[in-house]
Ligand binder design. Structure first.
Ligand code: HEC
Length: 143
């Protein structure tokens, strides 16, 4: 017979397993190659049109000819600040969109949370090991 505490412990473990299944790899760690390949396919389909091949970002448009409020899609490779965010923050930005511009919409009704997490795995594969190790809350100490 399991005690109530024992049951809670099992519940907690299951929850944790579900959670890690959704978020995939950990902040600061590389994901497995299968996940990266899945993410790359999704990236090519949905994100490349703006963030460009290999996440290099859109070429910047001079202010003089840019429409007011027009924001270009920044690189997602290590040359910008995608790596300042944790996996969870990146997944959230993708699913909920960014308020500064409707050019980066919420993808929640297009892709699942698991797919957003796979795309994050791909984005992280574009970073060098040093940048990956500095991802998220640690980024300040690496600058
Ligand atoms: C129509 C163009 C467009 C598409 C398609 C698009 N984005 Fe974006 N994205 C943007 C723009 C513009 C920004 C900058 C928003 C800002 O600065 O507030 C952005 C910002 C982001 C950021 C924040 C990066 C940071 O350093 O803070 C992430 C992450 C991101 N996009 C991921 C994605 C992913 C993943 C996809 C595909 C599912 C995608 N985007 C598709 C235009 C796009």
């Amino acid at each position: 017979m399991l005690t109530i505490r024992g049951k809670f412990r099992i519940c907690g473990c299951l929850l944790l397993m579900c959670f890690s299944g959704v978020t995939g790899a950990e902040t600061g760690k590389m994901s497995d190659p299968e996940t990266v390949a899945l993410g790359k396919k999704l990236y090519e389909e949905y994100c490349r049109v703006c963030h460009q091949k290999d996440g290099v970002g859109e070429p910047s448009i001079p202010w003089s000819i840019r429409k007011p409020g027009y924001i270009t899609a920044m690189p997602l490779n290590e040359t910008s600040h995608a790596w300042h965010h944790s996996d969870e923050q990146l997944v959230q930005a993708i699913l909920d969109g960014l308020r500064r511009t409707n050019r980066m919409p919420a993808w929640r009704n297009v892709i699942s949370e698991k797919e957003a997490s796979d795309i994050v795995a791909y984005i992280k594969s574009l970073w060098s090991p040093k940048i990956l190790a500095c991802q998220g809350p640690k980024h300040m100490s690496c600058m």
